[in-house]
Design a protein around this ligand. Structure first.
Ligand SMILES: Cc1cc2nc3c(=O)[nH]c(=O)nc-3n(C[C@H](O)[C@H](O)[C@H](O)COP(=O)(O)O)c2cc1C
Length: 106
């Protein structure tokens, strides 16, 4: 069964000090998600994360259990949690993508 989760959370370290956290998260997410067949996208703003995860139900549940324990964010709010398609096929072969907004002003 293919599952998708969409959540938002609040960073415990805000921009501009969050760089090492975001880099470390992106690195582990890229490698672990690929191994598990999980795809999705992570958005990082100055104070918040938003992430969509899609993949085999057990894999998404494993990754999400790790994410919920992670001290680099708090107040995780799951906005959507469900199965994607009745035929069980994933929506596409895309790897995890990261989008990070930097302040436009200096
Ligand atoms: C906002 C956020 C998003 C994350 N996204 C992923 C992810 O997509 N895949 C992943 O494997 N780990 C992700 N992590 C890292 C996990 O929380 C965890 O540190 C990592 O998977 C190692 O798991 P473990 O601590 O259970 O060994 C994310 C962490 C945060 C704070």
């Amino acid at each position: 069964m293919i599952k998708s989760i969409f959540y938002v959370s609040q960073k415990t370290v805000a921009w501009p000090d969050d760089g090492p956290d975001v880099e470390a998260i992106t690195a582990v997410a890229t490698s672990r998600n690929a191994i598990l067949g999980v795809t999705g996208a992570l958005i990082s703003t100055d104070h918040f994360f938003a992430q969509i995860l899609e993949g085999p139900e057990a894999a998404v549940d494993d990754v999400m259990a790790s994410i919920l324990r992670d001290a680099r964010h708090r107040s995780v709010k799951v906005l959507a949690d469900g199965n994607m398609r009745s035929d069980g096929s994933p929506s596409g072969p895309w790897p995890s993508r990261g989008v990070h907004r930097r302040s436009a002003t200096t």
